[in-house]
Design a protein around this ligand. Structure first.
Ligand SMILES: C[S@@+](CC[C@H](N)C(=O)[O-])C[C@H]1O[C@@H](n2cnc3c(N)ncnc32)[C@H](O)[C@@H]1O
Length: 209
C-alpha cells in the first residue's frame, strides 16, 4: 500500500504551468477547492485516450479541472461546464482565454446542476466529470448515465472525501452520499469502475458499450 510520502510524490510528480497556478490562486481567493494536480492529470489522460470531442462537467470552479480537460481533449473538442456561481465561471473564462483556449471550445452554463443536466443531449458526451454538490452525487450519476455515450467515462472527484468515506464512524450527509454512490457504481452492471487514490479520490467508470 502507498504511504503518505508516496501519495505526496504522486501529487507533485507533474508540475502545473502558470495558467493552472493562476486558476488555483483564484480558487483560493473565492474559497473553491479545485482538483489536485494528479487528479487533473488523470482527467487529461482520460480525455486524451477517449479522443474526447465533448465533455460535460458539473462544478466549473475557477477552471483548474476544465483546463486539464481541455488540454486532453481533441483540438476541436468542446467542454460544457455547469456551475451555480457565475462569478466562479468568470474566473474560469479568464483562465481559459489567457491559456489560449479558443472561445468556441468552452460553453459555461450558470445554473444548478439538477436544472441544467436534464437539458443536455442524451449519449452526446465522451466524458462526464462531476464535482458539484456532494449530496447530489447519486442524482448526478443518474443524469450522467443518460449523457455519456457507450464506451465513455463518468468520473467523480472527492470519492474519498477527506478520508471520511473509509471511516465508518463518519456519517455526515456528504460522506453518506458518496458511500452510497460508490455502492451504486460498484453494483451497476452497465459500468466498469475504478476508484483511484489520487488527491481526494477519483472514481471513474466506463459505460460498457
Ligand atoms: C469543488 S468546486 C469545483 C472545482 C473545479 N471542478 C476544479 O477542479 O477546478 C465545486 C463547484 O461546484 C459548484 N456547485 C456547488 N453546488 C452546485 C450545484 N448544485 N450545481 C452546480 N454547481 C454547483 C460550486 O459553485 C463550485 O464552484
Amino acid at each position: 500500500m502507498a504511504t503518505e510520502a508516496s501519495l505526496e510524490y504522486v501529487e507533485s510528480y507533474l508540475s502545473e504551468d502558470d495558467h493552472l497556478a493562476a486558476a488555483r490562486r483564484r480558487a483560493e481567493e473565492v474559497s473553491v477547492s479545485p482538483i489536485g494536480p494528479a487528479g487533473g492529470a488523470a482527467l487529461q489522460f482520460l480525455a486524451s485516450v477517449l479522443g474526447a470531442k465533448a465533455v460535460a462537467e458539473v462544478g466549473t470552479g475557477t477552471g483548474v479541472s476544465g483546463l486539464w480537460l481541455l488540454r486532453g481533449m481533441a483540438s476541436d473538442g468542446v467542454l460544457t461546464s455547469v456551475d451555480l456561481e457565475a462569478e466562479n465561471q468568470r474566473h474560469a473564462r479568464e483562465v481559459f482565454t489567457e491559456a489560449g483556449i479558443a472561445p468556441q471550445r468552452f460553453r459555461l452554463i450558470a445554473g444548478s446542476a439538477l436544472d441544467v443536466m436534464p437539458r443536455l443531449t442524451d449519449a452526446a458526451y465522451d466524458l462526464v466529470f462531476l464535482d458539484g454538490d456532494k449530496v447530489e452525487y447519486g442524482e448526478y450519476l443518474q443524469q450522467a448515465l443518460r449523457l455519456v455515450r457507450p464506451g465513455g467515462v463518468i468520473a467523480f472527484d472527492n470519492a474519498l472525501w477527506h478520508d471520511r468515506v473509509a471511516d465508518p464512524t463518519q456519517r455526515d450527509p456528504q460522506t453518506a452520499a458518496i458511500r452510497e454512490l460508490l455502492q451504486q457504481v460498484a453494483n451497476d452492471e452497465r459500468l466498469r469502475p475504478v476508484l483511484l487514490p489520487v488527491g481526494d479520490g477519483l472514481l471513474a467508470a466506463q459505460l460498457i458499450g
